[in-house]
Design a protein around this ligand. Sequence first.
Ligand SMILES: CC(=O)[C@@H](O)[C@H](O)COP(=O)(O)O
Ligand SMILES: NCC(=O)COP(=O)(O)O
Length: 238
Amino acid sequence: MAKLGVNVDHIATIRQARGVTEPDPVAAAMLAELAGAHGITVHLREDRRHIQDRDVEVLRKTVQSKLNLEMALTDEMVAFALKILPDDVTLVPEGRHELTTEGGLDVNMLRSTLTQKIALLKQAGITVSLFIEPDIEQIKASHKVGADYIEIHTGTYCEMRSEADKKEQLQRIELAISAARRLGLGVNAGHGLNYQNIGPVAAMKGIEEFNIGHSIVARASLVGMERAVREMLALLNE
Ligand SMILES: CC(=O)[C@@H](O)[C@H](O)COP(=O)(O)O
Ligand SMILES: NCC(=O)COP(=O)(O)O
């Protein structure tokens, strides 16, 4: 069974809506772990719209499973990661005006910065993953720049409405998994996954971990974090 990393960004979104101290993503992470989550993911955005530096600092001390820090490829973020030392860093593209992450990294275009920053992070003992489209050229480039893992951006699959379009996207993801595995890269996946669309991707061989946030937090707001995590774990286990 693939592992589940629970992204708690949007617990912080609710807190930031009022600029108060609750709900706390640290408490949400503990409940997610109690329910069986294999890891906790947070995206520290440059604009600090949800997760704050303090959240990552406290999570580093409290997360018992594995802490995955999603971040942009900037000097500020790399310095922060080297100070905090999360277990994993997932490098993602970031735009100030986007509602959420749009597309994957263009690894070829960023190859010299990526090579240098990945080496720094790896020297500090951090496992480095690149958030990319299920695209063979991006996968080859990820291998060349020294990434340990790729995280396949599943957003396009999740947006498809017709069965034919979904099938085409699922095939792209399957090809990407085999290409990455042939090169010795570990494979994670995430973005836009929910209780309705996880089935076909959960059934694929070769994905180690799914990072899922928005749909779990949305369900948790109605039924509680532990039940929301358990229900997602059950779907991954089917
Ligand atoms: C990189 C990715 O796909 C997302 O996990 C990312 O964290 C989305 O950012 P928001 O949580 O701000 O939507
Ligand atoms: N990297 C994907 C992630 O952490 C969660 O994305 P989403 O489920 O909030 O779309």
